[in-house]
Design a protein around this ligand. Structure first.
Ligand code: FBP
Length: 546
């Protein structure tokens, strides 16, 4: 593989580890746990993996370890640092016993079911250390949920004599990891399953998980780009830039980028939902800033829009809920129809209120909401051009205001979508270290016979040697939610909390940012240099852990 100069220099980086993981390790067990909600139902569904204690690694004695083989899967959307989880896992199992072997299943959970794998060796791994991407073994969104998939997976697990599977994924993938762990435990197959918290979206966090990996690098990458746009915007002074940023559901990415770049406007979906706002009210909020700035002669600005916004506008959220049930209930009779007939079918089956919402949406957006969900039942919001929808609505509103003499300015819009640009960026020092420590923890969870746990690393705003590593039972994070028309046990997603410190920090400043030009230009991620430049956590993490 040909490498850039940066890649070569970065390959030599040795990620830092918490003190407790630097030598031999033993397990310190905490109190038994319970799920965040629906305890009776979750306990019934996971009788073998419910209630297990929290685990922390502390320095221990060196003991001889029997050789073992481990399998690893990258699941869902890419997130910077995945390769370092695998590096940490590989190095730790080799440290435990040099005869240990690591197998990577290809292209996501589907690789386990289809028996597609590769052995990860030192030479093979060398090209991927400290790099972004999931290309070492690829990723996929196959949902592991059926007994036949688990049994098919077991065949290759037996063939390769694998003791444990590590699933590196977001909330949906870790929910599946938990289901798989429970199944293998119930069948007494002796196969362990361990999860690892990944997602740029930042919504896999709770009392035990401070942040999901990838959020740090992705938000720093987007913030660099947004800062560049702000500077261009402040130089030419002729465009309003509408920037959609990823985050399928929660607005953590949008909020973090706003805290880093201080745009004129940042919409936070969770606030839209809490205030029961309509699309028109969101548009008016933006137009107020456009009109004010125009009155000062500033016909330019920046607006950040979270990718998941559309689902949080309550009227559209209600429509999506009914569409989910409708699409789940009417599979093939709907799928075989052409585009126009599908629209008519939906209109004929929707309740009066949702029908009205559906008919007022631009056709492209309505169409996207009527298409297949991803394998986990989610609307594919990355395909909805919310930034254009909002800016078009702003243009119409401003035309109307101009006619009413409420606005006198020029409005020209540019559109951007920052998503895929950040998911495979070379991991920041934080993500490089954090991921390596997560992989090391995962190896220790396996070595200590744990199953149904997720690897965790806490105290992450302190220097890396003071981080605390361990594991949390996945059932502890679960509750019951409706998916594809049915109640299912799932890991609870962490949305932006409106009484949380990051949102409050933003809310205290946004009025000033909307009126004046307060842009901050964060610049690119740095790997070498002063610690205040290279090793800062995200604003979100710093504020939350303060
Ligand atoms: P994960 O939750 O699997 O980490 O993926 C998150 C995400 O990056 C979202 O931000 C985005 O909406 C989605 O993936 C895009 O999915 P795809 O890669 O399938 O287009």
């Amino acid at each position: 593989m040909e490498k850039s100069a940066l890649q070569k220099a970065r390959a030599a980086y040795q990620p830092k580890l918490p003190k407790a993981l630097q030598g031999a390790v033993k397990v310190k067990e905490g109190a038994p746990t319970k799920s965040v909600d629906n305890q009776e139902e979750i306990k019934k569904l996971f009788p073998n993996t419910y209630g297990m204690p929290l685990v922390e690694f502390v320095p221990g004695e060196e003991t001889a370890q029997k050789a073992m083989n481990v399998g690893v899967i990258l699941s869902g959307g890419q997130a910077p640092g995945g390769h370092n989880v695998i590096s940490g896992l590989f190095d730790e199992i080799k440290k435990l016993n040099s005869n240990n072997r690591l197998f990577g299943f290809l292209m996501g959970p589907g690789g386990l079911v289809d028996h597609k794998y590769v052995e990860i060796t030192e030479d093979f791994l060398a090209d991927y250390r400290n790099t972004g991407g999931f290309d070492i073994i690829g990723s996929g969104r196959t949902k592991l949920e059926k007994e036949e998939q688990f049994e098919k997976g077991l065949q290759i697990i037996r063939e390769l004599d694998i003791k444990a599977i590590i699933i590196i994924g977001g909330d949906d993938s870790n929910t599946n990891a938990c289901v798989l762990a429970e199944y293998y435990a119930a069948k007494k197959y002796g196969v362990q399953v361990i999860g690892c918290p990944k997602t740029i979206d930042g919504d896999l966090k709770n009392t035990q998980i401070e942040t999901s990996f990838g959020f740090d690098t992705a938000t720093k990458t987007y913030s660099e780009l947004i800062g560049n746009i702000e500077r261009d915007c402040n130089s030419a002074r002729k465009y309003w830039h509408f920037i959609k940023v990823m985050g399928r559901s929660a607005s953590h990415i949008a909020l973090e980028c706003a805290l880093q770049c201080q745009p004129n406007i940042c919409i936070v979906s969770e606030e839209v939902e809490a205030k029961d706002m309509t699309l028109n009210q969101i548009v008016e909020q933006i137009c107020d800033a456009v009109a004010y700035r125009a009155s000062k002669g500033w016909n330019f600005g920046t607006v950040i829009i979270p990718e998941g916004l559309i689902e949080f506008v309550p009227a559209i959220g209600r429509l999506i809920e009914e569409l989910n049930d409708l699409l789940a209930a009417h599979g093939s009779d709907y799928k075989d129809l052409d585009k126009d007939a599908q629209r008519e079918y939906i209109i004929a089956h929707l309740s009066a209120e949702n029908k009205e919402t559906f008919e007022t949406l631009p056709e492209g957006v309505a169409r996207q909401l009527s298409l297949d969900r991803d394998p986990h039942g989610n609307v594919q919001v990355s395909l909805i051009e919310t930034e254009k929808l909002i800016s078009d609505m702003c243009a119409s509103k401003l035309d109307q205001w101009a006619k009413e003499n409420k606005y006198n300015g020029k409005f020209a819009a540019q559109h951007h979508f920052f998503g895929y640009e950040g998911r495979c960026a070379a991991p920041s020092n934080f993500d490089a270290d954090y991921c390596y420590a997560l992989g090391t923890s995962a190896a220790q969870l396996v070595a200590n016979g744990k199953t149904g746990y997720m690897a965790i690393v806490k105290n992450t705003t302190a220097p890396a040697d003071q981080w605390i590593a361990g594991g949390v039972p996945i059932t502890m994070m679960m509750n019951m939610e409706k998916r594809n028309g049915e109640m299912k046990p799932v890991i609870r997603k962490a949305l932006v909390e409106l009484d949380g410190k990051p949102f409050k920090a933003f809310a205290a400043k946004r009025e000033e940012w909307s009126k004046n030009t307060c842009y901050v230009y964060p610049g690119p991620i740095q790997y070498w240099g002063p610690t205040e430049v290279c090793d800062q956590p995200t604003r979100t993490l710093a504020l939350e852990q303060k």
